[in-house]
Design a protein around this ligand. Sequence first.
Ligand code: KG4
Ligand code: ZN
Length: 337
Amino acid sequence: MKVLGIETSCDETGVAIYDTEQGLLAHTLYSQIDLHAQFGGVVPELASRDHVRKLIPLIQEVMHEVHLKTVDGIAYTAGPGLIGALLVGAAVGRSLAWAWRIPSLAVHHLEGHLLAPMLEENPPAFPFIALLVSGGHTQLFKVLGVGQYELLGESIDDAAGEAFDKTAKLLGLGYPGGAALANLAKNGRANVFQFPRPMTQKSGLDFSFSGLKTCALTTWQKNQPICEETQLKADIAHAFQEAVVDTLLIKCKRALQQTGLKRLIVAGGVSANHRLREAFLSLEKSGYKIYYPRLIFCTDNGAMIAYAGALRLQQNQQDNLKFQARPRWLLAELASC
Ligand code: KG4
Ligand code: ZN
């Protein structure tokens, strides 16, 4: 089964074709970073308009790889995300499916992220623990199968990616800040500043990252008059990143120990973080197996939507002319297939 996947939930237009027999046949991505950078963050109306401009040309591009008549279904991101941006993908996806007389399916964006490591060679078998670390979510799930997601813990305030972005902004690194902050952290010195590991002393698997951002701000304000600015920023970035990564690691280890599971997948934008991947090697040394998406599929993309959609369309799930765009949508609400 060949499925066209469409992702337009935020500031990336992603399109791909996944074949359940041959794997990923094509994928393409357009990032709106340059468009939003001048405003220091995503401007929802501009995001929607740009998806309108880019989506059809990107679909045409991937359709060069397959014959139109061989496409069996269309999967589009229906949420969570920016409503205007979601509407573009949903309207185009649903309309094409109607015109081509094939089924379409509304896909949950986070299910796409969660299943993205399955696009790699030697994908994990179910069950496993999933750490979802995106710009909007930090969540730990016990995953028993497609659609069977038991929430074990989540951030009670900022998501890890959001904290990266906000801290980057206050250090003047602009948008999008996560990767820039991670880059700057490489020049930071270890043990100059020690930031807390929030909520690790308490039992449980919830997270809280907003305090780390405040910690970065107060450290900056206190030391800026007496320190060299470039080095100070790098040292703060380093301390911040160590605190986030260490906290995520402690909670993942706890989730693995509590459930007795041996496999962990880490997905979403922050899973692209090199320091995180380095620190998580300690879990491998303790006998756990960790799975990541390739770097380009950590952040938003069409391949993960095509893949998640293909698994569900294969089970005869489809939206039967229903048109869905859900800015708020809990992953745990997904019915199992
Ligand atoms: O999954 P994603 O593309 O979008 C959402 O669904 O939210 O994740 C984007 C997030 C942003 O917060 C971005 O700063 C963060 O992922 N991110 C990173 C890195 N690359 C992207 N955070 C830390 N280190 C990185 N290398
Ligand atoms: Zn995402």
